[in-house]
Every structure is written in structure tokens, then in C-alpha cells.
Design a protein around this ligand. Sequence first.
Ligand code: SF4
Ligand code: SF4
Length: 157
Amino acid sequence: MSSGEIDIFTILRERSERKREERIKLLESIGVKEYFADGNIIINSRICEGVECKLCIEACPTNALYWGYGEVKVSEELCIYCAACVLNCIVDGCIKVTRRRSDGRVEVFSNPGEVIKTMRKINSQKLNGIINRRFRSIEEYAERNLARKILWWVGGY
Ligand code: SF4
Ligand code: SF4
């Protein structure tokens, strides 16, 4: 490339880098961390219950969703792909959230059941981690847990 030519790829890379930095700053200012490497959200306004519902707007923790021109709209720079909107949406397939974890795993949610399944999986992985750190075996954890429950039942806990 001669010195007078413009490298469009460098410009595009710089622009997306700048956009990412601005997004991080914006999220930081509302006290939210970015958890996913990448993501995407699509709202199907043709099947949305819209004005009668707006549950997704209420559920969104970052105010990324808003009501505009008779439909639910999204500010992509505020969306952290948490899927709280999918969890609260009353129409299956109306909101589709796709996200990529830093280890490359891709997750797709388009109905509450899919979100709940992933939440359960994450919770059980967390619990397994705690058990492995705190107890010598799963049997020891079960014994202690049972003892705690019995104490709670008899009112001594
Ligand atoms: S995925 Fe989370 S942050 Fe994005 S619009 Fe839905 S509720 Fe809001
Ligand atoms: S929760 Fe679903 S159906 Fe209700 S307004 Fe949002 S996108 Fe539409």
C-alpha cells in the first residue's frame, strides 16, 4: 500500500474499538458490568403484544428497551444480553437474545423456559463449586445440609 492510500480496515477496527470503549463507559456509569463478549437482540414487532404488555421494558435492568413509534425498541449500546426481557416476555419467540461467552460458548434464548434452564444449570455449577471448595465429599455436604434442615424444622435454627 502506498503512503497516500487509506487503509479502510484500520479505520473500521479503530471505529469499532472506540464504540466498544464508549459502551463500557456508558455501562459503567449506570453501575453495570459487561459480561458477554458479544451479543445480539431481535424483537419481532409483528407478534409483540406491545401496548397491552410492555413487561420486557419493566424487566430490563439497563433501560435498554423503550416504547417508541408504537413498538418496543432497543438501544443496542445499553443491552448487556442478560435475557431478563425474554424471561418476562409473554409471547414465545417474540424476543431473541444471542450471546457469546468469553470462552466462545454461544447461548440463544427465545422463550422463558430456555432462560430458566440456563439459570438452573449455572446455579447447579455454582453449588458444585461451593461443595467442592467447602466439603470433602458430596456425602459430607448432604449430611450437613440434612442436619441443618432438621434443626430448622424443629425450630432451633
Ligand atoms: S437482554 Fe437484558 S439488557 Fe438487553 S434488552 Fe433484554 S433485559 Fe435489557
Ligand atoms: S414482553 Fe414481549 S410481548 Fe410484551 S411488550 Fe415486550 S416484547 Fe412485546
